[in-house]
Design a protein around this ligand. Structure first.
Ligand SMILES: C[S@@+](CC[C@H](N)C(=O)[O-])C[C@H]1O[C@@H](n2cnc3c(N)ncnc32)[C@H](O)[C@@H]1O
Length: 331
């Protein structure tokens, strides 16, 4: 009886692992641009030859692709890429593949290091030189959903001064600057390579400037009407977060608004994605836990900012926009 149970649970774990194949297969395809290679129906040998890659392993990847429907077998040992809309597009076409890259190269290895970290009481180190570009790109996937909630803050006001802290590739300010040409936009970004990309992407916009700087060293020349801080709270140690909110409060003009995009952790009843995300952050000595809703309220209060409310960006990911106002009456 015990052996039957063992067999049953082993089968259950094997089945539970199948979804991993989909992500793994899509990741390898994205990384080596293989979905493009098989777009027209070609043999494994042709692709291995054209791309100068290992044919035996490519053959395995192709077999898995056929079994999960990412590839379709054709006559004369040819294979063709399946439904393209489900698969990541090539790298240079603002592909959703960056999320696979981040998960496979950063999240999964960090989570697999848990046993060693727990035994040795150690942590990983987040290598910004290696991962900052990927992370900045994945954050941009949220832009389209979060942007309308931010753009609303600028509507009806012609000339405003906007600061984006940890602006990444400058995606938010680029879109806003195009829409609000009378307003001025500044972005601060600590990673040199990410700041360079931001500069390049906003090059044609006269109302955008990007500063390669750590936010803690930044000295603003004027007060801002709107400060954005999107997806960077987990870079700030918990003991510095109140201080950061106070600093931002001082950088705002009267009636200025602070708008923060962040996943919010809410204890044991949060969706599994947030728990996984938080476990990932905890595995690094230089990244920090996600904030809780009550903390976001407290930090605003401590900085004398009026809490305007929370709006959902992506429910399953527990991603929210939290906004505050510096009311002249409160200061
Ligand atoms: C997850 S990305 C988010 C990018 C962008 N805000 C978005 O939401 O798409 C966080 C960015 O903040 C930058 N960053 C982290 N700590 C910073 C600091 N102390 N000063 C300035 N930028 C910082 C990182 O280099 C990274 O590019």
């Amino acid at each position: 009886m015990i052996d039957v149970m063992k067999m049953f649970t082993a089968r259950m774990w094997m089945k539970r692992n199948v979804p991993f194949l989909y992500s793994w297969h899509a990741y390898v395809g994205y990384e080596l641009d293989l979905f493009k290679a098989f777009e027209r129906g070609v043999t494994v040998a042709d692709v291995a030859d054209a791309y100068q890659i290992d044919e035996v392993l490519l053959n395995q990847w192709t077999n898995v692709g056929v079994s999960i429907g990412h590839l379709k077998p054709m006559s004369r040992e040819r294979y063709k890429t399946g439904a393209m809309w489900k698969l990541p597009r090539p790298k240079d076409q603002s592909s959703s593949g960056v999320i696979l890259k981040e998960m496979m190269e950063l999240h999964i290895p960090s989570l697999l290091a848990y046993p060693d970290m727990m035994r040795n009481k150690t942590r990983n180190h987040f290598d910004s030189d290696k991962h900052a570009d990927t992370v900045a790109q994945t954050s941009r996937l949220l832009e389209v959903i979060a942007l309308p909630k931010i753009a609303k803050l600028l509507k009806g006001n012609d000339k405003q001064l906007v600061l984006d802290i940890g602006c990444g590739e400058g995606g938010y300010i680029k879109r806003l600057a195009e829409r609000f040409p009378e307003s001025q936009f500044e972005g601060i970004e600590v990673s040199e390579s990410v700041a360079k990309t931001a500069e390049k992407l906003t090059d044609s916009l006269e109302n955008v400037s990007i500063e390669h700087s750590d936010l803690w060293d930044y000295e603003p020349q004027q007060a801002y009407d709107l400060i954005l801080m999107n997806n960077i709270i987990h870079y700030i140690p918990p003991e510095k977060r109140q201080e950061l909110f106070e600093k931002l409060g001082q950088w705002l003009s009267d009636d200025g608004i602070l708008s923060v995009v962040t996943p919010i952790s809410g204890g044991q009843d949060s969706p599994p994605f947030v728990a996984a995300f938080n476990s990932f952050f905890h595995s690094f000595e230089n990244l920090h836990p996600l904030p809780q809703k009550e903390q976001l309220e407290q930090w605003g209060e401590g900085a004398n900012l009026e809490f305007l409310g929370i709006q959902t960006v992506i429910r399953e990911g527990s991603w929210y926009v939290v906004q505050y106002k510096k009311s002249s009456s409160m200061n």
